[in-house]
Design a protein around this ligand. Structure first.
Ligand code: TPP
Length: 525
């Protein structure tokens, strides 16, 4: 898998630690390192972090100490890590630091399809975008050196189709990298305004060096073509989608982009040679927009913005063929044959019992209720048969949205959040509730794992009650129940009591995820 190739590249480059919070399609990078014998032998750090921001900060700390660190997250994780991420460009790094953002064009398992390349551009750091698994390996293998040379973190952008598809990969000799000395003049990392201004100017000056590196990069490849009526700029996996349509070579000049900032020299060359340009990029029109700035409007630029390619969703070889006036049907369309099956909670899942009681009590006795949901398996409570939640926005938003709605007079305001999401970013919202004695009922549906992404460890397992008490929830309003049919009456009573209490209460229905339970039983056998 692209994820695994990247992980192996990082290991072969002398990685000292991976820091990550699970998120599709990035999860398998960390899982691969967790399972790798060489990671165990070399004691490469590989435990899950509480969220993407803590992961990013820990990796920066490892880099500060002179060692090579990898941070992995899905695209929306970049929003969580952004504060440290953007400032890490200003502090710079010591040990090589690669930040992986795995984007999900087409939203296979995400709530948006934002393009992480904007983050790299915003932070003014170099970026890699592999077009295949081998490049994912190469970029990780060489990226730490590049990060150490430039003194900057490198952002590596993947997309789902590359992260999760498979190919053979040729490895290089594993490197044994002596750790660099830790930063001794720590003022580099002390972003007081006087230092930050100086560092920011240095970062701006470094852009010339980064541009030169892009222009000389083997990942930015110009291939000439006879037909100059069109020039094609193909980014990352977009290059694969293009070349699948031309097994004998593309008739048009092609500029393959795998490294940013955009290589100005090659862009000017292809623009000067061709009558028009087509930009093929998965995600948002990141390059297409910049081209209009580089090249002005004199040249016709086609892509997602002028409708040559669709403005949203994942690209594929057929969509690219269509944009080029060809009618290939290489992708088999199974939709007429397969009935749509919306995802649903597993049979035997504790979230089901929680929703059974919650919807029963709320619908029968509190018709004005609103339930603020969160992100995890329990988001499936939005669908049939429960139709139980009225919002799902971002990780942690259930508690804080319930608070805001309660502040605005909604009663009862209920939040439903999972255990991993609670420790990811729900805890701080709970503190806001406690500080204002908000009238909210928080249900932490605890299956003792991070189930949605495949059952990774959950940071607060075994400690949720003490965390809530530590935050200041009154101990008598922290209620633990076992969500099973035989306990329905007790669950109903507890829910009613806490809904009628006009302060902060936390109900924790706790029962192990049915999937991890089955897996454990199978492994024990
Ligand atoms: C910022 C961000 N990071 C990661 C994810 C991926 N993700 C979706 S749900 C989830 C965790 C859910 O775990 P938990 O809250 O315990 O609920 P469960 O799935 O176990 O019911 C993760 C990591 C995401 N959607 N957003």
């Amino acid at each position: 898998m692209g994820d695994e190739a990247l992980a192996q590249g990082a290991l072969d480059a002398g990685l000292s630690g991976v820091y990550a919070y699970p998120g599709t399609p990035s999860t398998e990078i960390t899982e691969y390192i967790q399972a790798a014998p060489e990671a165990r032998e070399r004691k490469v750090h590989n435990r899950w972090s509480a969220n993407e921001k803590t992961a990013m900060e820990a990796a920066l700390g490892m880099s500060f100490a002179g060692k090579r660190a990898l941070v992995c997250m899905k695209h929306v994780g970049m929003n969580v890590a952004a504060d440290c991420f953007v400032n890490a460009a200003i502090t710079g790094v010591r040990g090589g630091l690669i930040v992986v953002a795995a984007d999900d064009p087409g939203m296979h398992s995400s709530q948006n399809e934002q393009d992480s390349r904007f983050y790299g551009d915003f932070a003014l750091i170099p970026m890699y975008e592999p077009s295949n698994q081998q490049e994912a390996y190469e970029m990780a293998y060489r990226g730490f050196d590049f990060s150490e040379q430039t003194g900057e973190p490198v952002l590596m952008r993947l997309v789902t189709r590359l992260a999760h598809s498979r190919s053979g990969v040729i490895r290089h000799e594993p490197q044994t990298v002596p750790a660099l000395p830790a930063v001794s003049d720590a003022s580099q990392f002390v972003l007081l305004p006087g230092i930050a201004r100086r560092r920011y100017r240095a970062l701006l000056e470094k852009q010339t060096e980064l541009l030169k590196a892009s222009e000389e990069s083997p990942y930015n490849l110009y291939t000439d073509g006879l037909d100059k009526s069109l020039g094609i700029i193909a980014c990352g996996i977009g290059y694969n989608y293009l070349m699948e349509n031309y097994p004998d070579g593309c008739p048009y000049p092609v500029l393959k982009i795998g490294q940013y900032p955009l290589p100005r020299r090659q862009l000017t060359k292809i623009a000067a040679e061709c009558d028009s340009l087509l930009v093929i990029e998965d995600g948002q029109p990141f390059v297409e927009k910049q081209l209009k700035g580089y090249l002005g409007n004199a040249l016709r630029i086609k892509g997602r913005m002028d409708g040559t390619l669709p403005p949203d969703g994942e690209l594929n070889p057929d969509i690219v063929a269509h944009a080029l006036g060809m009618d290939n049907q290489s992708v088999f369309d199974a939709s007429p044959l397969v009935e749509m099956r919306p995802p649903a909670l597993c049979e035997g899942c504790g979230h089901r019992d929680m929703y059974t009681i919650l919807t029963k009590v709320l619908r029968e006795e509190y018709p004005e209720h609103r339930v603020f949901g969160d992100i995890g398996c329990y988001t499936l409570g939005a669908g049939a048969p429960f139709h139980a939640i009225h919002s799902c926005v971002d990780m942690g938003a259930s508690i804080t949205m319930a608070k805001g709605a309660s502040d605005a007079g909604i009663y009862p305001a209920v939040a439903v959040i999972g255990d991993s999401t609670f420790t990811h970013s729900g805890m701080t919202g709970l503190l806001d509730c406690v500080n204002e004695q908000a009238d909210v009922t928080v249900i932490i549906s605890d299956n003792e794992t991070t189930a949605m992404t495949g059952g990774q460890d959950s940071a607060g397992t075994g400690r949720l009650e003490s965390i809530c008490a530590g935050i200041g929830v009154a101990p008598e309003h922290i209620r633990v129940v076992v969500p099973l049919k035989k306990n329905y009456e007790e669950m109903e009573n507890i829910l009613r009591e806490e809904l009628n209490y006009h302060g902060v209460s936390v109900i924790i229905p706790r029962r192990e995820c049915i999937q991890t339970l089955v897996r454990k039983k199978r492994n024990n056998k």
